[in-house]
Design a protein around this ligand. Structure first.
Ligand SMILES: Nc1nc2c(ncn2[C@@H]2O[C@H](COP(=O)(O)OP(=O)(O)O)[C@@H](O)[C@H]2O)c(=O)[nH]1
Ligand SMILES: [Mg+2]
Length: 440
C-alpha cells in the first residue's frame, strides 16, 4: 500500500537522520525531494506546495522548540503535516441511520456496501440495503445476491424507479439500525446522474454520504469529488482498490477538497477486505517509522525501568537489567515484532536471530533466577564453580549458563554499538525512550 511514496519517504527520512549535521541547506534539499515525491504520488500541486511551505515555515523560520534538535523537529513537522494532509481519524459510523453511497460506475460502491454491512453486523447492528441503481440492468440483482450472501435484506423497486425505491426502502426498513442506499453510477458525472443524485439526496436526507474513489483514479479524482460534493454533500470518502496501486494521492486530494475525511480503505474484492482509516498509523508506515503507536500502546501496559533503558542505550547494563528487559519484552510480545516497530532497529537485527534469541530468552530467565543478586550485578564474578552451582539450581546444562553470559556480553556490545552511534539508531532509541517519557 502506498509503496512508492513510502519508499521515497523513508529514503528521505534516512537522509535526514543520517546526515552528519542538519542545516538549512539539507532541510531545503529534503523539502524539495518531498515535494517531488508528493507530486509523483498524484497529490494535488496546491496541497503539496502548502505542505512543503508549512514545513519550511515551522522548521526554518520559527524557533525550534526547546528539547528538540532541528533534525527531530523537521521529522516531527513532516510527520504532522502529512497526517494533516491525510485527514483526521474518522468518526465511527455507529448511530448513522441512513448511509448513501455515491461514485462513478465501477468505483466499488456495491462491493464496499457489502463489506460495510458485514462490519456493521459484526458490531451487533442490523443493516438493510436499498437498490437505487436502475441504470445498469444487472445492478439490483448484484445487490440482491450480495444481501443473500451476508444475510441482509435488500429492497428493489419493481418499477425500476430510484425515487420510489428510496421512499419504500426507508419505510420498509424503519426498524433497522442502518439503511444503506446503493446509487447508480455513470462513466462520467453527466446531467442525468447529477439530477438523480440531487433528488435522491432530498428524498433520503442521508446522515452520511460516502463517496467511493478508486485509489488509482489519479488527478481527476479531485474534480470528481468536488462535483459529487456539490450535488450530495459528501461526508466521507472510501478509497477502494488500494491493493492494486502504490499511488493514492489523487484519492487523498479528493478527500481534501470535499473537506470530508477518508473513512475506509478497500484492500481487495473479498467481503472482509475493508480497513478503517487511521492517518497517524498510515503516515508512520509511510515514513518508515514503524508502527510506533502500536508499540506505544503496548508499552503503556509494561513498566520498563528508566535506568534500565538508559543503561541499555549506553551499553552499560548488568544481568539484572538483562533480566528486567527479558521480562518487559516478553510482556510486550515477540522480540522480532518489537524490533520491527522500533525505528532503525528492525533492519539492524535479522529476524531469524530474533526468533532464536527469543526461545533462548525463555530458558535464560530460569538461569537468571538461580543467580544471586551480586552475581547479577557483577557478572564478572561468575566463575566456573559458580556456573556449576547455577546450572544445578536452574536445572539447565552448564553450557547454557556459559552461553547466557556470552549472549549478555554480545548484547551489551551490540547495544553499545547501536546506542553509541550518532546516526539513525541512536536517534531512534532516543526517540523511543522519549515516547516512553524518558530523557536521555
Ligand atoms: N481489487 C479490488 N477490487 C475491488 C475493490 N472494491 C471493488 N472492487 C472491484 O471493482 C469492481 C467494481 O465494483 P462494484 O462494487 O461493482 O462498483 P460499483 O459500480 O461502484 O458498484 C468489481 O469487480 C469489484 O470486485 C477493492 O478494494 N479492491
Ligand atoms: Mg454498483
Amino acid at each position: 500500500m502506498f509503496d512508492s511514496l513510502g519508499k521515497g519517504l523513508s529514503g528521505l527520512i534516512r537522509k535526514l537522520t543520517t546526515g552528519t549535521s542538519v542545516d538549512k541547506k539539507l532541510v531545503e534539499e529534503i523539502l524539495n525531494d518531498l515535494k517531488i515525491l508528493l507530486l509523483q504520488s498524484d497529490v494535488d500541486i496546491k496541497l503539496a506546495d502548502e505542505l512543503v511551505s508549512n514545513v519550511r515555515r515551522k522548521t526554518l523560520e520559527e524557533k525550534t522548540p526547546a528539547g528538540l534538535t532541528l533534525r527531530e523537529h523537521v521529522l516531527k513537522t513532516i510527520y504532522e503535516e502529512l497526517v494533516k494532509l491525510l485527514g483526521e481519524n474518522p468518526a465511527p459510523l455507529m448511530g448513522k441511520k441512513r448511509i448513501m453511497f455515491v461514485g462513478l460506475f465501477g468505483s466499488g460502491k456495491t462491493t464496499t456496501i457489502g463489506k460495510l454491512s458485514k462490519s456493521l453486523m459484526k458490531q451487533g447492528l442490523k443493516p438493510a440495503l436499498v437498490a437505487l441503481d436502475y441504470h445498469r440492468p444487472a445492478a439490483p440483482q448484484q445487490l440482491e445476491q450480495l444481501g443473500k450472501q451476508i444475510g441482509v435484506p435488500v429492497h428493489i423497486n419493481s418499477n425500476k424507479n430510484p425515487y420510489e425505491a428510496a421512499a419504500e426502502g426507508m419505510k420498509k426498513f424503519e426498524k433497522y439500525d442502518t439503511v444503506i442506499f446503493d446509487t447508480a453510477g455513470r462513466n462520467a458525472l453527466d446531467k442525468e446522474l447529477a439530477e438523480e443524485l440531487k433528488k435522491l439526496t432530498e428524498i433520503i436526507k442521508p446522515d452520511e454520504v460516502l463517496l467511493v474513489i478508486p485509489a488509482d483514479l489519479g488527478k481527476v479524482a479531485k474534480v470528481q469529488a468536488e462535483e459529487f460534493h456539490k450535488l450530495a454533500g459528501v461526508t466521507g470518502v472510501v478509497i477502494s482498490k488500494m491493493d492494486g496501486t502504490a499511488k493514492a494521492g489523487g484519492a487523498l486530494a479528493a478527500a481534501s477538497v470535499t473537506g470530508a475525511k477518508v473513512k475506509f480503505i478497500g484492500v481487495g474484492e473479498k467481503i472482509d477486505d475493508l480497513e478503517s482509516y487511521d492517518p497517524k498509523r498510515f503516515v508512520s508506515r509511510l515514513l518508515g517509522l514503524g508502527d510506533l503507536e502500536t508499540l506505544l500502546e503496548k508499552a503503556k501496559e509494561v513498566d520498563i525501568k528508566k535506568e534500565s533503558v538508559e543503561k541499555i542505550v549506553e551499553g552499560r547494563f548488568n544481568l539484572q537489567d538483562f533480566y528486567d528487559q527479558i521480562e518487559a519484552m516478553q510482556k510486550m510480545g515477540p522480540l522480532g515484532q518489537i524490533a520491527k516497530m522500533v525505528p532503525g532497529l528492525g533492519a539492524a537485527m535479522p529476524e531469524a536471530m530474533m526468533e532464536k534469541q527469543e526461545e533462548k530468552m525463555k530458558r535464560f530467565k530460569h538461569i537468571l533466577q538461580s543467580m544471586t543478586k551480586s552475581e547479577k550485578e557483577n557478572p564478572g564474578i561468575v566463575n566456573a564453580s559458580r556456573i556449576k552451582r547455577i546450572a544445578k539450581g536452574s536445572g539447565r546444562p552448564e553450557s547454557e549458563v556459559r552461553e547466557l553470559l556470552d549472549q549478555y556480553e554480545k548484547m551489551k556490545k551490540m547495544m553499545k554499538m547501536l546506542g553509541g552511534q550518532a546516526g539513525l539508531q541512536r536517534g531512534a532509541l532516543k526517540n523511543l525512550g522519549k515516547q516512553f517519557g524518558f530523557k536521555f
